[in-house]
Write a protein that binds this ligand. Sequence first.
Ligand code: TYD
Ligand code: MG
Length: 461
Amino acid sequence: MARDGASYVCQSCGAVHAKWSGKCDACGQWNTLVEEVTARPPGALAPTKATRTRGLAFETLETATPEPPRIATGLEEFDRVCGGGVVPGSAILLGGDPGVGKSTLLMQVCARAAAGGASVAYVSGEEAVDQVRSRAWRMGLSSAPVKLAAETALRDIIDALKREHFDLVVIDSIQTLWSDALEAGPGSVAQVRACAGELVRLAKKRRTAVILVGHVTKDGQIAGPRVVEHMVDAVLSFEGERGYPFRILRAAKNRFGATDEIGVFEMGDSGLREVPNPSALFLGEGGERAAGAAVFAGIEGSRPVLVEFQALVAPSAYGTPRRAVVGWDTGRLAMVLAVLEARCGLGFGAKDVYLNVAGGLRINEPAADLAAAAALASSALDMPLPQGCVVFGEISLSGEVRTVGRMETRLKEAAKLGFSQALAPAAAAESAPIPVASATRLVEAVRRIGDGDWNEKGAAA
Ligand code: TYD
Ligand code: MG
């Protein structure tokens, strides 16, 4: 049995156990249970019958007070992901790998918001004030009226925020804070949960928007507490592939806006630069496209984005062929490969298959099926797709190509960037020069490229 008041908290999912064990029953992770002493043992928090109540007064949906305007930071890509600016009194969690640029992004957000007239504070628990300041100088933000502090004691931070009202406060990072009400060390689930809870309460009460930075663990979760994700109004993640300058801001949860928006930034010498038109960026240099490359006309949030799918199909040197995917779903690749094998007569049995989405973007749309299939077929048959051709469409298990949303938008974006042809579902035929009804037709069309017979009838026939 645990000592009085001690419980064992999983550092991965936050589940609380009465006894220690090697494996967390809740999430199945090994060696994640850590003893934490809480002031009150779990369960003691439940109010007893004797608790006095204040009664519950219901309200209506109608309200006399109009919604307060959002804090527009002026960093368009950030505001859009938030759903059109930061809602006053909201709590936002920003997650991301160490070094991806969270502090850089938030310093820019703070500086822009402050320059726009909001009262803004930036509290760093990781860096000294001098370090934060010198970075801001390097980014040319030295004149913005942002108040800086380096502090990790929750009590001091809360006191300061009660004394002076701010519209926006950044806490960098939640894992460095500690509350003296708990024995557990900073960064433990209990501490992170307590500190986040306290800050979220303050945000609502004082109508101060609070942005909490959270580090991400190896397996992609915001370190320790999934619990924090439930407490906050929005969970944003900042992502970037190593070796690429692109950074993508996504909303995983947003009580005040859509979650499918992305913001695209480019990391440079003087901070992050907004990329309002990401297609050009992800496509990279034009020039001849090799066999195995297909340009996908996708939609990310409200914006069309063109991105290159690259496939390599090569004889396998080992007994078990490899399947490796970057930027797309492994299950989806298995399905497309199965369709190409079963319906189109392409064999991948003894071949290694690699699929990569260029530029470090992660694609989740089913509409990318046809682009992946085109890249795979092109590599398998060693036939480069024609220049100036985009691909999109969903593939069903029967091999049929299905209509996808916003086809006109995709085609318009493609045309804007000089792509005049599209392998697309038949329903897009009016403006798609090459309607493709099935995966079989796609493969036939790719085969025919070599005969110089790549045309409208070629694919449609
Ligand atoms: P940082 O914001 O400190 O990352 P995080 O807070 O997510 O840990 O960014 C660190 C990286 O960004 C670092 O590797 C250097 C790079 N960087 C630039 O390339 N240009 C810049 O202007 C700045 C400020 C950082
Ligand atoms: Mg940082």
